[in-house]
Ligand binder design. Sequence first.
Ligand code: MN
Length: 230
Amino acid sequence: MAEDWVFAPPERPSIAVEGSSARFPVRRVFCVGRNYAEHAREMGGDPGREPPFVFMKPPDAAFDAALGVPYPPDTVDLHHEIELVVALGQGGVDVAPTRALDLVFGYAAGVDLTRRDQQARAKAAGRPWDWAKGFDRSAPMSPIRPVARTGHPATGRIRLSVNGAVRQDGDLAAMIWSVPELIAFVSRSMELRPGDLVMTGTPAGVGPLMRGDRVEGGIEGVGDLHFAVT
Ligand code: MN
């Protein structure tokens, strides 16, 4: 019956966990903007060390990249942004940077897919970015690799290629705000909960994706992702 869904426990979107049959249930997706100086410049910004800014994608944005990425509706300028994804296994409020890494369950490589044309129109009109950033399947990810295997990566190559051509090639060490600083920052405004993901910003080289493109990306020590745009 149509009413049954009201009483059924909601199915949480989830991401594969490397080396396990368990899946990581996604609660929320926090995304950090302009956290690499070269990317801030390519987007027309000034990469001073001003406070980070955060936007959100709904949980339904997150999915296993291996499933393939459908080209989304309502855009002719879909962009890729490869990012380190932090998966939280514990929550907290007002978390000190020195304790922030205790919350981390693991890390993944993810892509903050962006309808850049919509984002440009929203920026020009002073409107929210949600429609440009938070569409269905806008955050394909590699399997989450637990901390026991990754440690807490603060350096390492982060790269993305399209049809074999390198588009983005940076290093986690170039992040303006570190992972513990970002966790602490978010936890001062929102109560973090298990299942929350933090996408930590992208290095320079963002660019368009077309139907049929083959995307290959990864982060040293964290994981790789491959998908086709269908
Ligand atoms: Mn991004």
